[in-house]
Ligand binder design. Sequence first.
Ligand SMILES: *[C@@H]1O[C@H](CO)[C@@H](O)[C@H](O)[C@H]1NC(C)=O
Ligand SMILES: *[C@@H]1O[C@H](CO)[C@@H](O)[C@H](O)[C@H]1NC(C)=O
Ligand SMILES: *[C@@H]1O[C@H](CO)[C@@H](O)[C@H](O)[C@H]1NC(C)=O
Ligand SMILES: *[C@@H]1O[C@H](CO)[C@@H](O)[C@H](O)[C@H]1NC(C)=O
Ligand SMILES: [Zn+2]
Length: 450
Amino acid sequence: MKQSTIALAIWVVAATARVSYRGTQVLRIPVRDDNVDILNKAIADLELGTWQDARTIGRYADIVVHPGAQDELISRLGHNATKNAVMMHADLEAAIAEETKYDVYEAGTANSTWFNSFHPYADHMQFLQDVQAQHPDHVELVSSGLSLDGRNLTGLRIYGSGGGQVKRPAVVFHGTVHAREWIATMVVEYLAFQLAEAISQDDNTTMAFDKKTTYGNVAALLEKYDIYAFPIVNPDGFVYTQTTDRLWRKNRQTNENATMTSSPSTSTSTSTVSSTCVGRDINRNWPIAWAVDGGASIDPCAQDYRGGAQADAPETVALTSWLLATHAAQSIKLYVDYHAYGQLFMTPYGYTCEKMPTNNAELQDLATGASDAIYDVHGVYFQSGGICSMLYKSTGNSVDYVHDVVGVPYSFTSELRDMGQTGFVLPPEQIKPSCEEAFAGAVYLLKNIK
Ligand SMILES: *[C@@H]1O[C@H](CO)[C@@H](O)[C@H](O)[C@H]1NC(C)=O
Ligand SMILES: *[C@@H]1O[C@H](CO)[C@@H](O)[C@H](O)[C@H]1NC(C)=O
Ligand SMILES: *[C@@H]1O[C@H](CO)[C@@H](O)[C@H](O)[C@H]1NC(C)=O
Ligand SMILES: *[C@@H]1O[C@H](CO)[C@@H](O)[C@H](O)[C@H]1NC(C)=O
Ligand SMILES: [Zn+2]
């Protein structure tokens, strides 16, 4: 009795504390020379969130417009700017309600129906345990360390014959470093699930697709590589998107009296930054070109806040240590970090547009091949190319770090569906097709890397 009262009280608090996006619009507005300043001023003055900043002329700003700001934004932009705007969501809360109609998951039943809906964090952890339990000879639960709030950065290792004793060259898939990019969680789980199914049912046809005709012998790939799949490398942020604010991106680190080092090489120039804004962008915090200007924010309130010093987020520390140790132990060949949205398959570097990796030609061929393989599944086009040249400058990111510092030859990042029709709040019907095409891209890479 007492226990259920407590449980109910917690539920009520959590439910009422959740940010409502009732009546909130998400607008996609083309960024032009003549509106870029107006857009940025409106975003600042009206305190609008963005899914894509008004940054690059010729691209789009995707802006979250709360009900109180809608008339003002229209009047500031004028008729010309608004007539080309696309309404991504007329009522974001309604889209979130659809997205959070989670299917019931029964523990012990990891099967392909998992990919019909999104899921709560606890179910994700149960699903990973269940995939492991269903394939005990080929799957191991792993952790690459702890988050700030003490959650494991949980993953699966999927391996071929030898009972896990044989350590083959490794492949690492990361997802959901940005908490609100939920499709990335599902995609990385799908890669793990399908590979686990493939190794255990090599000659059977119980998979969600006909692996024999479409992909050839997928299980053979696991005789060549150990696969590590970490679906949620920012668990605190992910949980926060489910309990409190669906649009949260960063980790949950406070920034009160944080030490601010302007350059990692000069310990003299430290100061203190204090902000009530929470969170560091874990994908701007990696110890690679961290202090280079223009690829991250120094404002603790910004979505892409880089932190007070490089690698000062516990998640960054855990992930870098794990990657370095795993590379030393068994050599990592391939790394793919999954994000949303934009339909891109990208190569280093983010921190510079001038320099290219020494194996750039090979990386471009592989990225193009992966995009073609993705396209072949459902006719969905992913553009390929370098992060900085194709998108924008981004410093302190994992892909650059993994390539330059860890020394992994094949390092990629993919922005999954969509192209800005629905953005982060993707309809659940698109989960399975997104997973299927991403799997084709990943298998292409596994077959074509050296
Ligand atoms: C709006 O667009 C029309 C042509 O489409 C142009 O003549 C006019 O100058 C524009 N007005 C503003 C304020 O940009
Ligand atoms: C597949 O998983 C769902 C959700 O947990 C479960 O309800 C269903 O019984 C499972 N199907 C099979 C064949 O195990
Ligand atoms: C994290 O995972 C390890 C095993 O890798 C386990 O021993 C530990 O209890 C887990 N901690 C939490 C908080 O789940
Ligand atoms: C294929 O399925 C059959 C019947 O379910 C089973 O007996 C057999 O062990 C399976 N083969 C493999 C390689 O798992
Ligand atoms: Zn992202």
